[in-house]
Design a protein around this ligand. Structure first.
Ligand SMILES: [Zn+2]
Length: 148
């Protein structure tokens, strides 16, 4: 865990992907970056091209010129957490649980897919409650299970 330059919290998780690449994922504010996400670089330009307007507005550049974007967390059989809103000041975290696809629905989905996102029952969380949103999709159960 390192200090997060975006929110100042100390729940920022650093992961070494390869010799050149480290990712940073903050459980406090829900923002993420990596050492290849440098201002003006191709990965950042690509991200800007494909991201919703709101993500661009919320983009944050730290002292190392690393660009932070809001994270989207997807656990196919548990659920997902993503940022939802209309403007920089008006957004929330949305948590959606995965539900099993019923027998009748099976034909509408790819063969091996067992769960779908229950978007009609999305739960909303405040900007500072990213961890609660993760909790709502039982994200931390997965982490615990992995450590055992
Ligand atoms: Zn943070």
């Amino acid at each position: 865990m390192i200090d997060c330059p975006h929110c100042g919290g100390n729940a920022c998780y650093e992961q070494v992907v390869s010799e050149q690449v480290k990712t940073h994922f903050c459980f406090g504010c829900g923002f993420t970056t990596s050492t290849i996400m440098v201002e003006g670089s191709k990965p950042v330009l690509d991200a800007l091209e494909t991201s919703p307007e709101l993500y661009k507005d919320l983009m944050f550049v730290d002292d190392n010129k690393q660009v932070w974007f809001p994270a989207t967390v997807t656990l196919p059989e548990k659920g997902m957490v993503f940022l939802d809103g209309t403007s920089k000041d008006n957004w929330k975290w949305s948590a959606v649980n995965a539900v099993e696809i019923t027998q009748e629905e099976k034909s509408k989905y790819p063969k091996n897919q067992t769960h779908k996102m229950d978007t009609r029952n999305a739960q909303m969380f405040g900007q500072k409650d990213f961890m609660d949103a993760l909790d709502a999709i039982k994200f931390f159960d997965v982490l615990v299970a992995e450590q055992e």
